[in-house]
Design a protein around this ligand. Structure first.
Ligand SMILES: Cc1cc2nc3c(=O)[nH]c(=O)nc-3n(C[C@H](O)[C@H](O)[C@H](O)COP(=O)(O)OP(=O)(O)OC[C@H]3O[C@@H](n4cnc5c(N)ncnc54)[C@H](O)[C@@H]3O)c2cc1C
Length: 594
């Protein structure tokens, strides 16, 4: 009896779907991901508003709780399993089967915050000041900082006491409770290279840091867990899982009146009194807008869709791209290998004590650096490193090669020989790409994935900056901190780049087109901008131009992709969107509500 009662009051228990839904809600939020979960929570703080959250996926599993198993969620039912369209000129993803990179996206309550590597980064203050300067009042750093703080519950006391962190919010942030000795070598290497070791979420971004993660007591803290579970008993909030929205219904006055969705193969319609908020992510929000008649007129007409508002929906697709598989070898047994870590004692330590290697997401350190093209005095670094005490071969070829869609010959030639080596890697990433891509419909079928064209490396400057980033990563291996362990680059050249001198600029320029590595940060496809910006889809209050009663609030609204991993910024967007909506409908913004 007590057990059942505990289940109903436990703030971390899973959501239960309602037996019956209402015919009409004040707000319908489509997508319960990083942004949507926050918005459903914050809007339902207003007790006399009714809120429906429609989520296409189900709930999280025991596997998704375990940070070290993040890679095992891809290609499962929790993933939309999207792939990029091959480049006609083979500009990217050449080492992948069919020249297609996989683009995993969370299809689950919590969205991509359930699949992600849990790295907590807010971006540079310059990103947000730039958004504001583009004509988006209220999006400057000083304003958005309060929303980062509002959601945060940091668990490291030394961070909590600074002005840049907060305790008591819904989202738990902490350094991983477990790390390898190489993580400290990474910080020492940064200092040898002239960088500060600092909280890159604090006063300045340039520097090296041990990863801050969205982890709670050794488990993943997704936005589903953080924002929905604690409020799942609110009477005015209904959450429907496995509910796939197919269209926003818009009347002849161009006002949103409801949402059509599929559940258990049945078509349903639910009506809205105030607003529909699309938080389906940077790939699905533009898809839904286009299916609803909002998008580039020519493209919609091509698919026989009635045009309601002609807008550049799906353009401005931006992503962080880098070189995958940049691997270094050391002599000492300091790295994460399958034989040492896939063991019963390691599993037991996690199950019984919520500690040990399974609490670690793979990324031990992050750093923000300046290539020779970036003025270091501006504190707007153009390169990010993710430091991993492992490589794509550390699992013996079991999973990582699959989720990267690597061609067998490529993997066997370059990475299989690392079989019994101790390896570590850096993922050098281009932070502010000039090349932008686009999302389009493949068809009118809402169940078919949209066409995703990342258009990486269309600008030579992107290649030049990234090549400099790769050379900076090699400098890390050359520092005394890593030379102590005999660190050296893995020296098998990539098959398609053998005609270049190994490790020359031309070689690296070739390597990034072969082993193109995105860490899955698509953004910008429903760009926020002022009314005079012809490339904008939503206004600075996130309302879609040309219609009423629809907002977009997720990674799609970023005018330019921010410097770093987007989960925390998207949560911030969810927080700020909620306050904008409350202001517009005359409700008081709240600071916190249990
Ligand atoms: C593998 C991976 C690793 C990553 N690692 C990191 C990291 O370590 N740190 C970091 O900061 N960021 C990381 N990211 C990126 C980050 O997680 C995303 O940028 C962020 O979660 C995007 O939030 P969102 O709200 O825009 O979209 P999502 O979180 O993807 O949410 C969209 C939600 O909408 C639902 N949905 C979509 N279409 C429909 C529909 N038609 N009807 C109903 N529901 C729908 C989806 O199922 C999903 O739940 C990673 C992403 C991936 C995929």
């Amino acid at each position: 009896m007590n057990y059942y009662r505990y289940q109903s009051i436990d703030p971390e228990n899973k959501v239960q779907e309602p037996q019956m839904t209402r015919r009409q809600y004040d707000f319908i939020v489509v997508g319960g991901g990083s942004a949507g979960a926050v918005i459903a929570n914050r809007l339902s703080e207003v007790r006399n508003w009714t809120v429906l959250l429609l989520e296409a996926g189900g709930d999280e599993t025991e596997i998704s709780d375990v940070p070290a198993l993040a890679g095992y969620l891809q290609l499962t039912d929790l993933d939309w399993k999207y792939t990029t369209t091959p480049s006609p000129t083979r500009q990217y993803c050449q080492a992948m089967k069919g020249d297609r990179c996989f683009w995993p996206r969370g299809k689950v309550l919590g969205g991509s915050s359930v699949l992600n590597a849990m790295v907590y980064v807010r971006g540079s203050r310059n990103d947000y000041n730039h958004w504001e300067a583009l004509g988006n009042p209220g999006w400057g750093y000083e304003n958005v900082l309060k929303y980062f703080l509002k959601s945060e519950d940091v668990r490291n006391p030394y961070l909590a006491k600074t002005a840049y962190h907060e305790t008591g919010g819904y989202l738990t942030v902490q350094e991983s409770p477990w790390r390898t000795p190489l993580s400290i070598a990474f910080l020492q290497a940064g200092m040898e290279m002239g960088y500060e070791v600092r909280d890159i979420n604090g006063e300045q971004q340039t520097g090296f840091m041990l990863t801050q993660s969205t982890i709670r007591r050794g488990s993943r803290c997704s936005t589903g867990k953080a924002f929905i579970r604690p409020v799942r008993l609110r009477k005015n909030l209904d959450v429907l899982l496995h509910a796939h929205a197919t269209k926003v219904l818009i009347d002849k006055n161009k006002r949103a009146i409801g949402v059509e969705f599929l559940k258990k193969g049945q078509k349903n319609v639910v009506f809205v009194r105030r607003e529909v908020i699309l938080s389906a992510g940077a790939l699905n929000s533009p898809q839904l807008l286009m299916l609803s008649g909002i998008g580039p007129a020519d493209h919609l007409q091509e698919h026989g869709i009635n045009v309601i508002s002609d807008l550049p929906v799906g353009d401005n697709l931006q992503d962080h791209v880098g070189l995958g598989g940049l691997t270094f070898v050391v002599d000492a047994p300091l790295t994460v290998t399958r034989s040492r870590f896939q063991t019963i004692p390691v599993a037991m330590e996690y199950i019984l004590r919520e500690r040990g290697p399974m609490t670690f997401s793979g990324v031990e350190g992050v750093a923000f650096l300046n290539s020779k093209y970036q003025d270091p005095s501006v504190d707007w670094p153009d390169i990010q490193f993710h430091f991993l005490p492992s490589s794509i071969n550390s699992d013996g070829g079991e999973q990582i090669r699959k989720i990267l869609n690597l061609r067998d010959g490529f993997y066997n030639t370059v990475y299989k020989p690392l079989h019994s080596s101790e390896t570590w890697s850096i993922l050098p990433l281009l932070l502010r790409p000039k090349s932008t891509g686009w999302v389009r419909l493949n068809s009118r079928n809402p169940l078919q994935q949209p066409k995703l064209i990342p258009n990486y490396f269309a600008h030579q400057e992107d290649i030049d900056v990234l090549v400099e980033g790769i050379k900076l990563a090699i400098n890390v291996s050359n520092t005394q901190a890593f030379q102590r362990f005999g660190s050296r680059p893995h020296n098998i050249p990539l098959p398609g780049c053998r005609h270049y001198e190994f490790m020359s600029d031309a070689y690296w320029g070739c390597a990034i087109k072969q082993f193109t590595f995105t860490i899955y940060h698509p953004a910008g496809t429903c760009k926020m901008g002022p009314s005079w910006d012809v490339t904008a889809v939503v206004d600075p209050r996130l309302r879609v131009y040309g219609v009423s009663g629809i907002r977009v609030a997720d990674a799609s609204i970023m005018p330019t992709i921010m410097n770093g991993n987007p989960n925390a910024p998207v949560i911030m967007i969810g927080e700020k969107a909620s306050d904008l909506i409350k202001e517009d409908w005359g409700a008081r913004p709240t600071r916190q509500y249990g």
